[in-house]
Design a protein around this ligand. Sequence first.
Ligand SMILES: NC(=O)c1ccc[n+]([C@@H]2O[C@H](COP(=O)([O-])OP(=O)(O)OC[C@H]3O[C@@H](n4cnc5c(N)ncnc54)[C@H](OP(=O)(O)O)[C@@H]3O)[C@@H](O)[C@H]2O)c1
Length: 342
Amino acid sequence: MSVNRQLCLKRNIQQGEPVSLDLFEVREAPLPEPAAGEFLVKTAALGFSPAQRAYLMGTASRFHAPVDLGEVMRGRGVGRVMASRHPDFREGDVVACSTGWQDYSIQSGDVSGMLVKTLQRVSDPQQPLHLHLGILGSSGFSAYFGFLDIGRPQAGDTVVVSAAAGGVGSIVCQIARLKGCRVVGIAGGAEKCAWLKQVVGVDEAIDYKADDLDQKFQEYCPSGIDVYFDNVGGDTLDAAMKNIALRGRAVICGMISTEYHEPPLPGPRYYYNLIYKRARMEGFFVWDYHEQFPAAEKELIDWYKAGDLKPTEVVYQGLLSAPDALQSLFSGADCGIRVVDC
Ligand SMILES: NC(=O)c1ccc[n+]([C@@H]2O[C@H](COP(=O)([O-])OP(=O)(O)OC[C@H]3O[C@@H](n4cnc5c(N)ncnc54)[C@H](OP(=O)(O)O)[C@@H]3O)[C@@H](O)[C@H]2O)c1
């Protein structure tokens, strides 16, 4: 292909509006050429994060500038180096990086000044390459570091995971099982709960849309929650903190249920349990672990090859399906990690 298809932002998203192709102009640009110190990457697959919705709003979020009108939509992808004028990257290398929603991107290979160090060399590429955005990539790293480094699980712990049928959540559940923990997953709907039990292998599943969370926590976690891995915030975080165990750990990964409310909603209600239960609540940012990604990647690949870590990727086909894949994070339409094969 000699043109570079790009999804460029045409207009900002409105409050409550679903992400759709309508927000973008599909542009055909010439194939870019790397200058000295740069390399050209052909996008093989794209990954998605709820933070990308903030890019479309036209206002700066906590970590990221908005995507300007006319600019290529920002996003993480994995791909192969097609041409290189960079001393450390060769044609054929596989990298995961900020490719944007386009067929080809130019990368500088320099992460030194970046707050979000997105460039990652994939040293042991597995097929399909989209695994390096999912269980073996940024979703896997978020689960790995958030759960192991902040959650500090012990065998026998009771672990509760919100958005357990989502990307990061489904991996946390699997790692928790690997570490000998009892795992309780929370998801929206009976179908997702069945998937959690049958595919992910949780011990118990709670449907937060139908069940009384507090009652279910008392039933499934009678000695309290040792590790609560939170992806959603809001009422679910409140119910979990009400039931946190003595010296329990709440890992704050995300807060998709409240993140985009303006003005911000009131904060956690049962945080007095941080005192009474000598508990800990701590957030983390996966990109802070950038230098440890190679070691994590190796362990995740070992678990994957041994069959202990199951792929949960849901594959959308083609660059133009990227808006639908992103919207699925908010509609909850799929189980697992959303990726687009380009
Ligand atoms: N701290 C970090 O460094 C870091 C890194 C990566 C991701 N994150 C955060 O981790 C979380 C998970 O990310 P992900 O990419 O793996 O997404 P995800 O969990 O695959 O997708 C989001 C899921 O959240 C649930 N959800 C959506 N709206 C909700 C609402 N209003 N209330 C409750 N649940 C809702 C949906 O599941 P149901 O259908 O079950 O409701 C949906 O499938 C996000 O909050 C993300 O921002 C943080």
